[in-house]
Design a protein around this ligand. Structure first.
Ligand SMILES: [Zn+2]
Ligand SMILES: [Zn+2]
Length: 403
């Protein structure tokens, strides 16, 4: 295991003066009131870029459409570390009644990406003022379209990970104590796949099913049988989910339709489980359709792998958390806190890193709920984590990686 222990970091490295926190809260609430959906984050990107420029970052906009990169180059040799925040909102009508609630009908920051963005800006301002104490380079990614747009993939395609030695990011977690920082080694969030299935039967009169191949009957068999992938093919010590989320067919009361279509959404807690579900589901769907004399087209239209944290980076992140919030508020989790997917997974396939969690409060409404709100008390905690990681990794006198 690599060592990162060069004594406790002094508090000022990860603490923020109250005017800076107040500014971050007002930025967060402004973003909350002006939510923008995936790949439409123009106002948000302008706000982020202006803030970064004001604090001395070399800034580029228009990355992956509406993404922003901020670079702080100390001019001294050292590693390049990367922090990522997501900026997009969701197509949900907010019901919180807050005085800074969404002013955009049908759009809402219901996943806390307003808070993720404001947290990273709070850290960015401090780290710029700490420049003389740092080596190497700090690269900040403000990513569009985390919600179903795989903005991370486009960011990577545009080369944002070039020369990056490690990457870190976080998600707030409702249902966990406010300000508690925790991380999981290995798979930490679920992977997901989405499949479109077309069952090709042979239509006919509803009174003569013997002359037809009924795709609705075949589909019903499929819906039942595909649960066996989890219950009979997957080890009971592993986790996976198979759900049929759409099933369409027919448009007359006395006609057996020629085709029916289905959407299947799967979840997996490890890349191995994801590969197994993909293989077994494909085999089962094809063989059941063929057994009934129907044809089938099966296409995987989306794949997001599980978030897999690197062990060394997770140990490092938890060690920083202990210093930032104290041992009673920091630690590991040993089970996935969610099967929800997160496109940070794509960065971790390319470079080492850790995606950690910060509790949003045990009484917080859940993510993607119309009553959800990011808790502003998370801002200095998450920003403190970014600052702590940067000082540990880039601080003058820091141990070299692998030391
Ligand atoms: Zn979300
Ligand atoms: Zn989210």
């Amino acid at each position: 295991m690599r060592k990162h222990d060069r004594g406790m970091m002094p508090g000022p490295l990860t603490k923020f003066p109250s005017p800076a926190v107040e500014e971050a809260i007002s930025i967060r609430r402004h973003l909350h009131s002006r939510p923008e959906l995936k790949f439409e984050e123009r106002e948000t990107a302008d706000l982020v870029a202006n803030f970064l420029v004001r604090h001395g970052y070399e800034t580029r906009q228009g990355i992956a459409g509406t993404g922003v990169i901020g670079m702080l180059d100390t001019g001294r040799p050292g590693p390049t570390i990367c922090f990522r925040a997501d900026m997009d909102a969701l197509p949900i009508q907010e019901e919180t009644g807050l005085d800074y609630a969404s002013t955009m009908p049908g759009k809402m920051h219901a996943c806390g990406h307003d808070g993720h963005t404001a947290s990273l800006l709070l850290a960015a301002a401090k780290l710029a003022s700490d420049n003389a104490q740092l080596n190497g380079r700090l690269k900040l990614l403000f990513q569009p379209a985390e919600e179903g747009g795989t903005g991370a993939v486009r960011m990577i395609e545009e080369g944002v990970l070039a020369e990056v030695d490690a990457i870190y990011g976080f998600h707030n977690r409702p249902g966990y104590r406010l300000g508690r920082v925790f991380a999981k080694t290995g798979p930490a969030m679920g992977g997901t796949s989405v499949y479109e299935v077309t069952i090709i039967g042979n239509g006919g009169h509803s009174s003569r099913p013997d002359l037809a191949v009924d795709p609705i009957f075949v589909g019903a068999s499929l819906i039942h049988s595909m649960q066996s992938v989890v219950s009979r093919r997957l080890s009971p010590l592993e986790a996976g989910v198979v759900s049929v989320t759409q099933f369409h067919g027919g448009n007359a009361h006395n006609v057996i339709p020629g085709r029916a279509s289905m959407t299947i959404n799967t979840r997996d807690a490890s890349p191995e489980t994801g590969a197994m579900i993909d293989r077994e589901l494909g085999r089962l769907v094809k063989s059941i359709c063929h057994a009934h004399g129907a044809g089938v087209e099966l296409t995987r239209i989306l794949r997001i792998p599980p978030v897999v944290n690197h062990a060394t980076e997770t140990d490092f992140t938890v060690a920083v958390a202990v210093e930032v919030v104290g041992p009673d508020n920091a630690g590991y989790v040993h089970q996935l806190p969610t099967m929800g997917a997160e496109d940070f997974a794509f960065y971790l396939e390319k470079v080492p890193g850790c995606f950690f969690f910060v509790g949003n409060g045990e009484d917080s409404a859940y993510l993607h709920h119309p009553l959800y709100d990011f808790n502003d008390d998370v801002l200095p905690v998450a920003a403190g984590m970014f600052a702590g990681i940067a000082h540990r990794r880039l601080g003058i006198g820091a141990l070299p990686r692998g030391g």
